[in-house]
Design a protein around this ligand. Structure first.
Ligand code: UDP
Length: 246
């Protein structure tokens, strides 16, 4: 039995609030148990300098991640650290895996993931919520952007699939889904799995702490992650209802 009485294959309760703040077209407040992340996505009608010379004008998606000082105890200092850089690069790669940059056109979308409360799984929740913020921003392009002459912008063409992420691990010798901080800090194996809505892998990060794990245990964790991502994808879809373009 897990310390919070969950089954091994059970996610924490997930809540998603769309259009949480007003300043950006994409704004998603997402929580998994006590982990809470605000994901906003902002659009610019320009591309980074290294993209300007592309033969076909195409866009870019990037991400920033931050844990707010009061999101944990002791307080997290505001200065950037290696962990945050690593996490924001993971978020950016995960989101870019499902985006067609030519269909996006010469625009840049920055997805900001700010952790309001940290209780394990902040990077995976940032990806699951960040995708929704990105989706809302792309859906808003026809109303909020000056389209190029003759441009027919189709948000459906921008995404090949949806993307979501979840943590899995081995706690007290058992494979478990969606670790909170108590589990994360005692886990013998800790993995972060990023997958598309059609259950293809985007990225798998897995580390054993002071032990090893065999192929069977790896497969059992990937099985749990697949199950978790299916549920997260369903929640993402339900949140968007008729607006879901995929
Ligand atoms: N954590 C913290 N302060 C830090 C880093 C991590 O309190 O500077 C806690 C936080 O609850 C976080 C958990 O440790 O969610 C696990 O951190 P990890 O680096 O494994 O990333 P995450 O699971 O959040 O993606």
């Amino acid at each position: 039995m897990r310390h919070d009485s969950r089954q091994n294959d059970q996610l924490r309760p997930i809540k998603v609030q769309r259009r949480y703040t007003k300043a950006t077209p994409g704004s998603i407040l997402i929580s998994a148990g006590d982990t809470v992340v605000l994901c906003t996505a902002s659009l610019e009608d320009s591309v980074p300098p290294w993209k300007k010379y592309d033969e076909t004008p195409s866009g870019w998606v990037t991400a920033e991640y931050n844990m707010l000082p009061g999101s944990t105890s002791p307080r997290k200092r505001r200065k950037p650290d290696g962990r945050s850089s690593e996490i924001q690069r993971l978020i950016g790669r995960s989101l870019r895996a499902v985006v067609d940059f030519a269909a996006l056109g010469p625009r840049t979308i920055t997805v900001d993931c700010d952790v309001l409360q940290a209780d394990g799984g902040t990077r995976t929740l940032s990806i699951t919520g960040g995708f929704l913020a990105l989706l809302d921003t792309v859906l808003a392009i026809p109303e909020t952007c000056q389209l190029a002459e003759g441009e027919i912008f189709d948000p459906k063409k921008v995404f090949s699939d949806s993307v979501a992420a979840v943590s899995v691990g081995v706690v007290s010798g058992e494979p478990v889904l969606d670790l909170d901080y108590i589990e994360d800090s005692t886990a013998g194996v800790d993995m972060n799995v990023v997958m598309t809505g059609s259950s293809d892998f985007v990225e798998v990060q897995g580390t054993a702490e002071g032990q090893t794990f065999n192929r069977g245990m790896l497969d059992a964790q990937l099985e749990l992650a697949t199950l978790g991502i299916k549920q997260l994808t369903k929640i993402q879809r339900e949140c968007f209802g008729a607006d879901w373009p995929l």
